[in-house]
Design a protein. Structure first.
Length: 438
């Protein structure tokens, strides 16, 4: 039976199976960010175990991002060729193994190796999620759907830093890594059981299929065209503007993800346990802001506001609030530092789900995975740079002030790129050969 053959499809209540997929993706991000924050809470323990300096810790924190970044462009191509489910299952299995390998590390080199493997395993996560949201949600719902998995990245720090920190204090850093390995393996089983693309889900109703296709029955039935070449996408102003703007956000994100517990502990002289607890505060606000940004964008668009103007405005205002990181550069008390950091990361989090919904809106047909890979490649370059640059700056100045100033400067560049390069959020035209061969 074709979609058009069911005359009641448009009048039947629309089920919400697509939201089950959004929450599944959110759980996956929550789990893999537990793996990422585990290192930040282990700084003092690794100093005791391996004599890790601030500079070495910066490199170790960025090691995960090295392989993550290297995999982004090929991962985008593989996602467009093999699909979300096959790539997602392989990646979750690899990142589970990497977490157990970190727990068993007997040297700093072995720990580096485990973090490099973790980057390979988790590399497909955000491009795959962006592609899955593009499959499962009409464009007017994608910001909120994206907020579910993007907010999980913030909530993982709000929950993971205190919980993993307490676990580390009680039983040691190896067991905290082993715990994240076990959680990752359980998610592998959950993802393997649940995730399907809409076209492969036998329980997806006709009414919801039509809703996902924005009331165009032919949209789901048509085969996806081949992806545009990476060389073509990398020459598109909108793709570059999105990648540069999002990269500046990710610089601040990884600076705080990797260094915030140490900043509170060493710069503001807070004991280790309380630094873990206080670290969760900004990330709780960031989690809420993520949902607020996604919900606000979708609500305004559904009420008839111009979609491009809404999304661009949320991106720019959120990035502007991110400049609050400058306040932390001059904070001398824990309360003042937490207030400024909360303003910064909450503003950036408000913009993040809108940013992650953009690849499916600007990518040529069949190229969402590739554009997501380009976007995340830029993100991971920032993820590499932020902890390493911070390590050198802290070692040289014995202060975090210039680390925060550098982050603010990059945010200004990101804001300019959204305005000048990204501009109106609309689909990039397919390459000439694709246009002539529909």
């Amino acid at each position: 039976m074709t979609l058009a053959a069911n005359p009641t499809a448009n009048t039947a209540p629309i089920p919400r199976r697509r939201w089950r997929i959004a929450w599944l993706l959110g759980i996956g991000v929550l789990v893999n960010y537990f793996d990422r924050v585990n290192l930040s809470v282990s700084h003092a323990a690794l100093y005791t175990a391996f004599g890790v300096s601030n500079i070495t810790f910066g490199y170790l924190s960025g090691a995960y991002n090295w392989t993550y970044a290297m995999c982004q462009l090929p991962i985008g191509v593989l996602l467009d060729r093999f699909g979300v489910r096959r790539i997602g299952r392989s990646s979750t299995a690899i990142w589970s193994i990497a977490s157990f390998a970190a727990a068993a590390s007997t040297s700093i080199n072995a720990l580096f190796g485990a973090r490099l493997l973790l980057g390979v395993g988790e590399a497909p996560t955000f491009p795959a999620n962006a592609k899955a949201i593009g499959y499962w949600f009409p464009s007017r719902e994608r910001s909120l759907a994206t907020a579910i998995f993007d907010a999980a990245a913030k909530f993982s720090s709000a929950l993971g830093v205190p919980v993993l920190g307490i676990l580390l204090i009680k039983v040691g850093w190896r067991w905290s890594f082993a715990a994240t390995g076990l959680i990752s393996f359980l998610y592998f089983l959950l993802f393997s059981r649940i995730y399907r693309d809409p076209a492969d889900d036998p329980d997806l109703s006709i009414a919801e299929r039509i809703h996902i296709a924005d009331l165009d029955p032919n949209a789901i039935a048509e085969p996806e065209p081949p992806a545009a070449p990476l060389s073509y996408l990398l020459h598109q102003r909108k793709v570059l503007g999105l990648a540069l703007g999002f990269g500046s956000y990710n610089y601040v994100f990884y600076l705080l993800l990797t260094w915030l517990p140490s900043y509170l502990s060493y710069a503001l002289h807070i004991d280790l346990l309380h630094s873990f607890l206080y670290t969760g505060v900004p990330w709780l606000f960031a989690t809420a802001a993520d949902f607020i940004g996604g919900y606000t964008a979708d609500t305004l668009i559904q009420r008839g506001w111009n979609p491009s103007h809404v999304r661009t405005t949320v991106l720019i205002i959120g990035m502007a609030f991110g400049l609050g990181i400058l306040g932390a550069a001059h904070a001398h008390t824990a309360l003042r530092a937490l207030i400024w950091i909360t303003i910064s990361i909450s503003g950036l989090s408000c913009a993040a789900p809108v940013g992650w919904s953009v690849p499916s809106l600007i990518a040529p047909p069949g190229s969402v995975g590739s554009v997501g890979g380009i976007l995340n490649f830029s993100n991971q370059l920032s993820g590499i740079a932020a902890p390493i640059i911070t390590g050198y700056v802290v070692a040289a100045t014995h202060s975090y002030a210039w680390a925060f100033r550098i982050a603010a400067l990059y945010l200004l560049i990101g804001i300019a790129s959204y305005i000048i390069l990204l501009g109106k959020i609309e689909r990039v035209p397919p390459p000439p050969f694709a246009a002539s061969h529909p």
